[in-house]
Design a binder for this molecule. Sequence first.
Ligand code: FEO
Ligand code: CA
Ligand code: CA
Ligand code: CA
Length: 677
Amino acid sequence: VVTPPPADKLLGFGAVSKSLADTVVVPAGYTASVLYAMGDPLTAATPAFRNDGTDTDHENRAGDQHDGMEFFPLSGSGAPSTSAIERGLLAMNHEATIDEKLSAFFLHPTGGTMSLPRPGAEVDKEMALHGLSVVEVRRNAAKWETVKESSFNRRVHQQTEIELSGPVRGNALVVTKYSTNGTKIRGTLNNCGTGKTPWNTYLSGEENWSGYFTRAATDDAARGNDKSVVSLKRYGRDQGAASRHGWETGGADDKYARWNLSKKGASLDGSDDYRNEMNGMGYIVEMDAYDKTRSIKKRTALGRYAHESAAFGMVVAGQPLAVYMGDDSRNEYIFKFVSTALWAAADATAADRIATGDKYLDSGKLYVAKFAADGSGQWIELSIANPLIAAYAGYKFADQADVLVNARLAGDAVGATKMDRPEWCSVNPANGEIYYTLTNNSNRRVEPSGASQAAPDAANPRVYTDMKGTTAQVGNPNGHIVRMKEGAAGSAATAFTWDVYLFGAEAGAAAATVNLSGLSADQDFSSPDGLAFSTATGICWFQTDDGAYTDVSNCMMLAGLPGKVGDGKKVTLNHARANGTTLAVDTYVGQAATADTLKRFLVGPVGAEITGIAETPDGKALFVNIQHPGEGTAAANAADPTKYASQWPSNAGYGAGKRPRSATIVITKNDGGRIGS
Ligand code: FEO
Ligand code: CA
Ligand code: CA
Ligand code: CA
């Protein structure tokens, strides 16, 4: 008897309704199972997680706040593969810990210390929970499981030594007490989006690292208002800035002191000056998930900013490689790196994957995007040879390494377009077009009233404050997804065209000004963040990290089958100014969403962001991360499970204790079909 293949029409599933339940909802015919949660052991010797704050050995457990993630297939014999579907490695980012007050109160026995100084033991645990992990996963019969005793399992945390690679390596800006020749740093921090290289390594973006450092209240004058002051301010560290968790107060050891950018010790040679510590954070980091003996490298040629994902353009033999990236902060930029080396197809299976990374990611040109009102755009090279950069009045760049370390200032110098917070980007495998989520921007203004604010433009055209667009015009709460098509030169092009794939909106919002993509109740979303195309199905998966629509629904994941740049139409938005005049902004709206091209696929538990997308090469198992369930629980309620905003995943039958935990889920289709069909 031959069983006919399952019906496999993409987006054939029934759309998931918006939900406020403390559970993961997927379409009928699908199963979502919890696979790997914060604290799960990664060695045979590490005890099961008690989840009551008393656990130890976090350097050998899953970190917190699972974010971007990639799947690395393993053959039956444990060799690297590009096609295996029953065994593999999940490499993932552990971005952060719960943000309320100074501490991460679900991590410590009695909720953590909410005042300074922080106990060293709490800081040690929190530093161990930030970073990366690699965990082996296998399918046994129909069930996916982690392999606790796998020799591939790996943790990277704030005490892990990481190499600086590329043009910044050895530069004076990264000389520290820890690395007097500027070649290494401890740790990778606030890792958010991810990427996968054509040679099968893992890329991780360091995002909100600056918030972990503190500066003294009178630091500007103490440093003579030197250029380090300009740089620190541009990256969000005004003098007097407090650190997110007070790690610098954990003790006298310099593993704590290094988080204080103002700290100057007694030595005459400056070796206990921690000024440059932050210059070692903010990069795309490359790790060989298959080989934990190899050092991890920060690829400085790709620039230093609040990185999300890193997506490769179409890979063509004999052509340079393009890597697309964004800087997620209000009014920041979109970037492209173009390799000096031309792609050699044999490198896809090179035995030394880190050396292959050296070849393609340590030398090249970094560009920033400038969008024009007519639907065109330019990539502007960030080079010390550009007179706008060399003679920039706002900051004196010393050399190309300084341009890369201070890529935001270089983007300012060339007049790049200030975007509505670029989050993930991904490349459509069908046509090479590049998609960027622009999650939201509370600083978008019709009438700019300060340096940190920006007027709407064609690529960032909406301003309003509520979901329906009925209140005053300040900010873009719902975000949108912009897409770009390279010019004839492909990866090396310096010109592109663009339009907006989708505008986030409430289904009932005004069609002419807010719900420009015509979203229905089965499709409406706010604040897109994670985004990745499936190479198995071509589906554009995207996920939300939303605060604007969470009174109506928890965060979610949607499946799209997009068209292409130029499918849409020009729309003019007329923004009323306070003085009675109108600011007219033209934009380009991709084709309206239909039930065949966009559907909600998943809604998560309470307080969680949905992020991270990875799949087996056949597209039949999809891994997704549920990040920070229970966010919003007040510190005062940290000891009482009945007052937690969420009890997921224990309420889904996973693990001990009631404290909410970030976790990876795996989604399969009950008929064995591809995910999204
Ligand atoms: Fe970690 Fe921009 O999201
Ligand atoms: Ca993100
Ligand atoms: Ca986000
Ligand atoms: Ca997050």
